[in-house]
Design a protein around this ligand. Structure first.
Ligand SMILES: *Cc1c(COP(=O)(O)O)cnc(C)c1O
Length: 225
């Protein structure tokens, strides 16, 4: 089933990339493995997936430690400042830089281990009270402040779209975020990744400029809570 799911997702990605007019290789597929046991992650790895994402550190660490160090791990969840020091050594990219206080905590811990940390700035595109991230109109200002933190490398933007029945309704949100992504040219940043799109909406996201999709249920099936 996993193999079939991966093939289906890849086909859908191919189609969306073609529609956008870009090679599918330009899109990073991050398999989201919250609630998924390590053995299934290993199977996905053997089926050619290289990037995996988790959103809770306590859940991620035992899996990371039991799996091959060749895996590139992405941190996707809201990160508490007291967990930063445990996250930094294990993750290639933190997608969820959602507040300035977190940036300062990352800077401080990164200095201690002398590691420059790649991050994406999370943008609250749905502008819902319950969602984390910088409000869109504050992102530019935030980036200008963030570049002064020399152990943090800004590699792009990330958004979690509101969950809507019809992903077409998200198109304007994705389009707006891509426009922002394209237009932000802050010296000291290296904007390469636009992380948007999940199982329900990744085709629309790719058509609107995403080059990093985060897919859980589409690959592993419904999560058991
Ligand atoms: C769970 C999760 C995903 C994947 O969601 P699916 O709908 O299962 O594809 C993507 N991004 C984040 C931040 C998540 O927490």
């Amino acid at each position: 089933m996993l193999q079939e799911n991966i093939e289906t997702v890849r086909k859908r990605l191919n189609k969306a990339a073609a529609k956008r007019g870009i090679p599918v290789e330009e899109i990073t597929l991050v398999a989201v493995t919250k609630t998924i046991p390590a053995v299934r992650i290993q199977s996905a790895r053997e089926l050619g997936i290289k990037d995996f994402g988790e959103n809770r550190l306590q859940e991620a660490l035992p899996k990371i430690n039991s799996l091959s160090p060749e895996i590139d791990w992405h941190f996707l969840g809201h990160l508490q400042t007291n967990k930063v020091k445990d996250v930094l050594p294990y993750f290639k990219l933190i997608h969820s830089l959602d507040r300035m206080k977190l940036a300062h905590a990352i800077q401080k811990e990164a200095l201690k281990i002398d590691k420059v940390v790649d991050v994406l700035v999370q943008v609250n595109i749905g502008s819902e009270e319950t969602k984390y991230g910088f409000e869109p109109e504050l992102v530019e200002e935030a980036l200008k402040e963030l570049v002064s933190l020399d152990m943090i490398k800004i590699r792009g933007l990330m958004a979690i779209a509101p969950l809507l029945e019809d992903p077409e309704e998200l198109r304007p949100h994705f389009r707006r975020l891509n426009r922002m992504f394209q237009s932000l040219n802050i010296p000291g940043t290296e904007m390469k990744y636009l992380s948007m799109g999940m199982t329900n909406d990744f085709e629309v996201a790719v058509e609107e400029g995403s080059n990093m999709v985060r897919i859980g249920t589409g690959l592993f099936g419904e999560r058991v809570k």
